[in-house]
Design a protein around this ligand. Structure first.
Ligand SMILES: [Zn+2]
Ligand SMILES: [Zn+2]
Length: 216
């Protein structure tokens, strides 16, 4: 599985295009301007990819700016955890609180939960439920290639925010990291919602929040 990372919008939110054998999934359409969405579209066209699934790690406003563009482009809706529903319903409100505007995505008709699988190319992504930063946080894992797209759960030297946001739980977040992500193995590459790509091993060794969680 090849992963093409992009970073978009004033919140510097990552968007990932994962592809294999000419088929792709788009995870978190964070592009908030037509020019940003066009960048992703260009790569899709350059590789001649058939986009099979549009996916959200969670529905915080900085991850959904470009959803409408890709829904219309590919004639399909984003798939998300069902706890994303109230966040999508309140997306415009959520955006206004941050001083930005959003054209919210259509309500998902397919919801994802722990253990679900997402096939494309020769790849089957596995869904892990990793709440805490938000109640709808999920991660997408491809064990054979040792890669995981984890949204706002684990960052390089940091973790997802649990203050000033609705329905967060720091304890749940630390549990998600120690019980779901760390067991994936130190050689697994993590593609986070913000900041640079890292690995489980690097975060186990250096991340103060992970070390705090492990001591509990
Ligand atoms: Zn978030
Ligand atoms: Zn985010």
């Amino acid at each position: 599985m090849q992963v093409e990372p992009f970073t978009f919008n004033p919140f510097m939110t990552n968007c990932y295009l994962c592809h294999d054998q000419g088929e792709a999934v788009l995870i978190d359409a964070s592009c908030d301007a037509e020019a940003e969405c066009a960048q992703v579209k260009e790569v899709i066209e350059e590789y001649g990819l058939d986009v099979r699934h549009l996916l959200l790690t969670h529905a915080h406003v900085d991850h959904i700016f470009g959803c409408r563009f890709f829904e219309e482009q590919f004639g399909q809706r984003f798939k998300a955890h069902e706890a994303a529903v109230p966040f999508i319903e309140r997306a415009e409100e959520q955006a206004a609180a941050f001083g930005v505007e959003v054209d919210p995505p259509s309500m998902p008709t397919t919801f994802l939960a722990e253990g679900d699988t997402i096939p494309f190319g020769d790849v089957t992504l596995e869904v892990l439920y990793t709440p805490g930063h938000s109640p709808d946080s999920i991660s997408f894992v491809h064990r054979p290639s040792r890669q995981a797209i984890t949204g706002d759960v684990l960052f390089q030297n940091s973790i997802g925010r649990t203050q000033g946001l609705p329905e967060t739980s720091r304890a749940q977040l630390l549990d998600a990291i120690t019980e779901k992500l760390l067991p994936l193995g130190d050689d697994v590459t993590i593609y986070p919602g913000h900041g640079p790509t890292t690995t489980i091993g690097q975060e186990r060794a250096q991340n103060p929040f992970v070390q705090e969680a492990l001591q509990q």
